[in-house]
Design a protein around this ligand. Sequence first.
Ligand SMILES: Nc1ncnc2c1ncn2[C@@H]1O[C@H](COP(=O)(O)OP(=O)(O)OP(=O)(O)O)[C@@H](O)[C@H]1O
Ligand SMILES: [Mg+2]
Length: 241
Amino acid sequence: MTATATLARLKRMMPEHIKPKFSTAEELMAWQREQGEIDSKRIADENRVTRLNKIMGRSGISPLHQECTFDNYQATNAEQQKALHKAKKYAEEFGQSFGGFIFSGNPGTGKNHLASAIGNYIIQNGKSILIATLPDLMMKVRDTYQKDAKTTESKLIDDLCEVDLLVLDDVGVQRENKNEELIIFQVVDRRLANKKPVGILTNLKFDELGRVLGERVIDRLRMGNPTTINFTWQSHRRLVK
Ligand SMILES: Nc1ncnc2c1ncn2[C@@H]1O[C@H](COP(=O)(O)OP(=O)(O)OP(=O)(O)O)[C@@H](O)[C@H]1O
Ligand SMILES: [Mg+2]
């Protein structure tokens, strides 16, 4: 049925006192198009959440950090203000370059807070993010070696490469293990080759990262001019009563 015919039928069915929502066929068609776009966005959002759930059994940002935004990050000194500004800029410019970020520094200083704020920002723009600790990720990899595993190692690596932004958290606490090193290399190498950024959260200093991740990984992370922030101030956890 044409939009004009649909409109005529709707007008006939409608009681006199109700003003129709659309008075022209163009308006009706525009409305239908809009609804179609809303529906396809909803389906895309659902698919994204399902995919992320499949990888870690949860959404991309852990429950503790889901409320973290740039607005509720307290920047009381110049260094924190600079960190906040850099993180915000990264989120605003996400997608323009494939550079990732390295947030390095003391515990409780807000590395996850700002990474999650970036995530919460880019999600609004239809992008996907997964923040996963390396130990958790490696556990998921080991799970795939079980007899009754639901997925394979290579499928898991594919999934990790598909997310728009992958953030590797707690880098430096993992055991030295050749297989784990190789998996991290594969993920980082494939993502950067496909111009997809990787973020790193770590308590290690920049120069110590190479020892843990290997120089070949560091070399790739340096691609695309990554944002680096040194979190040098004291823990915010101590301030929370
Ligand atoms: N400047 C800040 N303003 C508001 N909340 C903050 C700030 N810094 C940290 N927090 C809060 O403190 C808690 C700890 O911060 P976060 O998890 O980001 O630390 P982290 O740097 O990742 O530490 P770790 O190295 O131990 O993982 C979080 O709940 C976070 O929201
Ligand atoms: Mg952290």
